[in-house]
Design a protein around this ligand. Structure first.
Ligand SMILES: [Zn+2]
Length: 429
C-alpha cells in the first residue's frame, strides 16, 4: 500500500506545518477578501493574533449562506486572471456555488486525489473507469486527474447508462470503478438483470463519493460487483472529493491534514466538541489560493478519531458522514438524528425502515416526538394486538435510547415516500 511520506509525519511536525500554512492563509484572506477582513475586524482578531492551532476557534465561521451572498466572485482571493478553472457545487442543498482554482489549487487537488486512490490500493496497473458526470460538478475531474497522476489508465465513461458502463467494463477490463454509491447500485442492479456474471469482469476496487452510503449499501455493492469498496469524502465548496479517504482498515476516513484543518462543533452553540462526539464538521483550507475557506461549516455530521491507525498514517480520521445538520431535531434540549432512531428500530425489525418524524414546535420548545414507522406487509396483516405490542416495544426502546418521551405509530407499507421525512409543526403567526 502506497502512503505519502507526509501522511506519516510525527504529529508535532504535522501540526507545525499546519500552523505555518494557516497563518499564511489568514494573512492572504485578510488582505484579499473583503468578507474576511470585515469578519475578522468585527471579531477583533487580526491574523497575527493566531499563534497556535488552538487559536483557530477564535475565528468566525463561514457557511453556505456566506458563499451564496458573495456569488459569483466575492470570496475569491485571487483575480480571475490567476484562476485557471471554475467548477460548482452539485446544488443538492440549494443553488450551486461557483468555486475557483488557481494552477496550484488544481495541482494540490490532483495530488490529493492521487493519494486517495493510492490509499484504496489503486496503482499504475489499474484501469480506472470514471462514471461521474463530467460537468461543472467536481467528482469526475477530481478522480480523472488523480488517476492519471498515479499512472493508471483512465476511462472517462461519464454518466452513460449502466448497461453501457458494464459493456465498457467488460470490453476494456476495468479494474477500478469510481462513481456515486447510488450509481454503483444501479450498475449492480443492471448486472443482476443481465446474463453477465460479475466473474466475467476484472473489477476489484470501487471508490465512491458525493453521497452518504450506509454499511448495508457497502456490503450490497461489494457482493454484487465482487469488489472492495472505499469511501472518499469531499465537498465542492472546499475543493471536491479528496478531503479524506478510507485506508485498507476502513475504520474512518483519514483527513488530508496537510491541506485541511478539521474541527467538529456543536451545531447549536458553535462550541468545539471533544474527539469522538458527533457534531458538525468544520473545515479550514490551508493551501488553497483562489477560494480559501476559514472555518467553513460543512453541514455534515461526523466525529473525529485520533487513535493511531494500523496503516501507520498519523492523520486524524473522521467517521463516515451519514447525515446533515439540517436533519437534526432538538426535543427537550436533546439533539437527535433520524439515523439514531432508524438504528434502534432496526435492532427490532432487522432492517432500517422508512420513518417520518413529527416534531411539535408550536409551543416554541418541542416537548415530544412522534415517530411514524413504515412496517412490512406481513406485519400489517397480523392481529391488532401484535401491532400494539410492537408499537409499545419500539416506544420503550426509543425512550430508553433517546431519553425523551416518544410516541410511536406504525404506518402501512408504501405510505412514506422517503427514508426519512421530518415534519415540524410550527406556531401559527
Ligand atoms: Zn489507516
Amino acid at each position: 500500500m502506497i502512503r505519502d511520506e507526509i501522511e506519516t509525519l510525527p504529529r508535532e511536525e504535522l501540526e507545525q506545518l499546519q500552523l505555518e500554512r494557516l497563518q499564511a492563509t489568514l494573512n492572504r484572506v485578510y488582505r484579499n477578501v473583503a468578507f474576511y477582513r470585515r469578519a475578522f475586524d468585527e471579531a477583533g482578531i487580526s491574523p497575527e493574533r493566531i499563534t497556535s492551532l488552538e487559536d483557530l476557534k477564535l475565528l468566525p465561521f463561514t457557511d453556505r449562506e456566506t458563499l451564496r451572498r458573495s456569488q459569483p466572485y466575492g470570496m475569491f482571493a485571487l483575480p480571475l486572471r490567476e484562476v485557471v478553472r471554475l467548477q460548482t457545487t452539485s446544488g443538492t442543498t440549494g443553488d450551486p456555488i461557483v468555486v475557483g482554482y488557481s494552477r496550484n489549487d488544481v495541482e494540490h487537488w490532483t495530488e490529493l486525489m492521487a493519494r486517495s486512490l493510492a490509499a484504496a490500493g489503486v496503482g499504475k496497473e489499474d484501469v480506472v473507469q470514471i462514471a461521474f458526470d463530467y460537468g461543472l460538478f467536481t467528482g469526475a475531474l477530481g478522480f480523472h486527474y488523480g488517476a492519471e497522476r498515479i499512472g493508471a489508465t483512465v476511462i472517462p465513461s461519464s454518466r452513460t447508462p449502466p448497461e453501457k458502463q458494464i459493456e465498457i467494463m467488460r470490453n476494456y477490463r476495468t479494474t477500478v470503478l469510481a462513481c456515486t454509491p447510488s450509481f454503483a447500485l444501479e450498475i449492480a442492479e443492471a448486472i443482476r438483470g443481465s446474463t453477465l456474471s460479475p466473474a466475467e469482469l476484472s473489477l476489484r476496487v470501487g471508490i465512491f463519493s458525493a453521497e452518504p452510503w450506509p454499511e448495508e449499501v457497502r456490503r450490497e455493492i461489494e457482493e454484487a460487483l465482487r469488489i472492495t469498496a472505499f469511501d472518499c469524502y469531499g465537498l465542492g465548496e472546499v475543493m471536491g472529493p479528496g478531503v479524506s479517504v478510507e485506508c485498507e482498515h476502513k475504520n474512518g476516513l483519514h483527513i488530508f491534514e496537510d491541506h485541511f484543518i478539521a474541527e467538529v462543533i456543536d451545531p447549536r452553540t458553535g462550541e468545539v466538541l471533544p474527539d469522538g462526539e458527533v457534531g458538525e464538521l468544520v473545515l479550514t483550507t490551508i493551501t488553497k489560493e483562489a477560494f480559501p475557506l476559514i472555518r467553513y461549516r460543512t453541514g455534515d455530521l461526523t466525529y473525529l478519531i485520533r487513535e493511531p491507525c494500523p496503516c501507520g498514517r498519523t492523520t486524524v480520521r473522521m467517521g463516515r458522514v451519514m447525515e446533515r445538520t439540517d436533519n437534526m431535531i432538538v426535543v427537550r434540549g436533546v439533539s437527535l438524528f433520524p439515523s439514531q432512531i432508524r438504528r434502534v428500530i432496526a435492532s427490532i425489525e432487522g432492517v432500517e425502515p422508512r420513518i417520518r418524524l413529527v416534531v411539535d414546535e408550536s409551543s416554541g420548545v418541542p416537548e415530544s416526538l412522534e415517530v411514524q414507522v413504515e412496517v412490512s406487509e406481513g406485519v400489517f396483516t397480523d392481529d391488532v394486538g401484535k401491532l400494539v405490542r410492537l408499537e409499545g416495544r419500539m416506544k420503550e426502546m426509543l425512550e430508553g435510547e433517546l431519553g425523551i418521551p416518544v410516541e410511536v405509530r406504525l404506518v402501512e407499507p408504501r405510505s412514506l415516500s422517503r427514508d426519512v421525512e421530518i415534519v415540524r409543526l410550527r406556531r401559527r403567526t
